[in-house]
Design a protein around this ligand. Structure first.
Ligand SMILES: NC(=O)c1ccc[n+]([C@@H]2O[C@H](COP(=O)([O-])OP(=O)(O)OC[C@H]3O[C@@H](n4cnc5c(N)ncnc54)[C@H](OP(=O)(O)O)[C@@H]3O)[C@@H](O)[C@H]2O)c1
Length: 336
C-alpha cells in the first residue's frame, strides 16, 4: 500500500447491530480496511443511502460473499491509499465510487474499476448520490432494455433515486418518458426533471394512461421496481417488441400473468441485480458512464436530485426518512 498521508488504525462506521428497524444502525469502531491489489482506500466524505440498504438492515438482503457487512453502496471522497497495481489514481484525487458495501464509514476500500472522478463542480454529497443509481439505470435501461432515441420509456417509481435518474438520462438521450408516482407533488417533480407524462398511480390506471399517451402503441421499454400485479399490467402497457426490465419486486416476487401477451407482442422480460456482479462488469459500466454520461453531469444537463442530508451518526434518521416514503430523489449521509 503506497500511502501519502497518515491513516488511523481504526475508524467510525455505522453497523447493523441486528436485523430490525432504523435504530439498529449503530456507530462502531472498526479496523481500518487495507486495500489489496487493484483496490484503493477512499476517505469518505459523503455516502449515498439506497433502498437496498434498508432491505439489508431488515435482514432481507445479505451482502454478497466477500463484501463488507457494513451498509453503503456508494460514496464521494478522496483517495487515501493505493493498493498494488493502481496506475490511474493518486492520493488526494476527488472521486466517487460504487462500493459492494461498507460505504457508511469514514473509510472504505473499493476496486479501482468502480471508481470515477467527481463530476466537475459537484460537492461530495452530490457525487455520493450518483454511482448506485447511474450504474443501475445505465445497465438496465440502456444495455439490457436497449432504449433508443425516439422510443418510449415507462419508468415506475419516478420520484425515487432510481426513477429521477432514469427520467433525466432517458430524456437527455432523446426518449419520450412516461413515469408513475404516488402523489401530485411527486408527479410534478418528475415533470420538472423532463418526464413528458407523469401518472399518479393512486388516481389513474397506468396501462390506460400509457396507451393514451402513445396513441395506443405502448411503451418500448419499462423499468419496473414494483413487481406483483405490475407484471401483468406491464405486459399490457408494453409495445410490440417491448422490453421490460425488472430491478425490484417491492409489491411481490410472485406474480400471475398472461404469457400469451408476451408471445403475441414478442416481449422480452429481463432483470438484474448490480451488487453481486464482478469487478470487471462494474468497470465496463464505469467506462461507459464516464464516456457518455459524465459530460452531461459536468454541464448539469443531468444531476442527482438531492432530498436530505443527515450526519453519518444519524444514519437511522436517513433510513426513517426513506421508509416514510416522502422523499424525492436522494438521501445522503455527511461523513465529515
Ligand atoms: N436491481 C438493481 O440492481 C437495483 C439497484 C438499486 C436499486 N434497486 C431497487 O430500485 C428501487 C428504487 O431504489 P431507490 O434507492 O431509488 O429507492 P427509493 O428512492 O426509496 O424509491 C422506492 C420507490 O418505490 C416506489 N414504490 C414502492 N412500492 C410501490 C408500489 N407498491 N407501487 C408503486 N410504487 C412503489 C415508491 O414510489 P411512490 O412513493 O410513488 O409510491 C418509491 O419512489 C428499490 O426497490 C431498490 O431495491 C435495484
Amino acid at each position: 500500500m503506497a500511502n501519502g498521508q497518515k491513516i488511523p488504525a481504526t475508524m467510525t462506521a455505522i453497523a447493523i447491530s441486528q436485523p430490525g428497524g432504523p435504530k439498529v444502525l449503530k456507530p462502531e469502531t472498526r479496523d481500518m480496511p487495507v486495500p489489496g491489489p487493484g483496490e484503493v482506500l477512499i476517505r469518505v466524505h459523503a455516502a449515498g443511502v439506497n433502498r437496498p440498504d434498508v432491505q439489508q438492515r431488515n435482514g432481507a438482503y445479505p451482502p454478497p460473499p466477500g463484501a463488507s457487512d457494513l451498509p453503503g453502496l456508494e460514496v464521494g471522497g478522496e483517495i487515501a491509499a493505493l493498493g498494488d497495481e493502481i496506475s490511474r489514481w493518486r492520493i488526494g484525487d476527488r472521486v466517487c465510487a460504487l462500493t459492494p458495501g461498507g460505504g457508511y464509514a469514514e473509510y472504505v476500500k473499493v476496486h479501482a474499476g468502480s471508481v470515477l472522478p467527481i463530476p466537475a463542480g459537484f460537492t461530495y454529497s452530490e457525487a455520493a448520490a450518483v454511482p448506485e443509481n447511474y450504474f443501475t439505470v445505465w445497465h438496465n435501461v440502456f444495455e439490457r432494455g436497449g432504449l433508443k432515441k425516439g422510443e418510449t420509456l415507462l419508468v415506475h417509481g419516478g420520484s425515487s433515486g432510481i426513477g429521477t435518474t432514469a427520467i433525466q438520462l432517458a430524456s437527455a438521450f432523446g426518449a419520450y418518458v412516461i413515469t408513475t408516482a404516488g402523489s401530485k407533488e411527486k408527479c410534478d417533480a418528475c415533470l420538472k426533471l423532463g418526464a413528458d407524462r407523469a401518472i399518479n398511480y393512486r388516481e389513474e390506471d397506468f396501462v390506460a394512461a400509457v396507451k393514451d399517451a402513445t396513441g395506443g402503441k405502448g411503451a418500448d421499454v419499462i423499468l419496473d421496481m414494483v413487481g406483483g400485479d405490475y407484471v401483468a399490467r406491464n405486459y399490457d402497457a408494453a409495445a410490440v417488441e417491448g422490453r421490460i426490465v425488472q430491478i425490484a419486486v417491492q409489491a411481490g416476487a410472485v406474480a400471475s400473468t398472461n404469457f400469451a401477451t408476451l408471445m403475441v407482442k414478442r416481449l422480452t422480460h429481463t432483470g438484474s441485480t448490480l451488487r453481486p456482479r464482478t469487478v470487471e462488469f462494474k468497470a465496463a459500466i464505469a467506462a461507459a458512464l464516464e464516456a457518455q454520461v459524465w459530460p452531461l453531469l459536468g454541464t448539469r444537463k443531468v444531476a442527482p436530485v438531492m432530498d436530505m442530508i443527515f450526519p453519518l451518526t444519524e444514519a437511522w434518521r436517513a433510513h426513517e426518512r426513506m421508509e416514510e416514503g416522502e422523499h424525492i430523489g436522494k438521501i445522503v449521509l455527511d461523513v465529515g
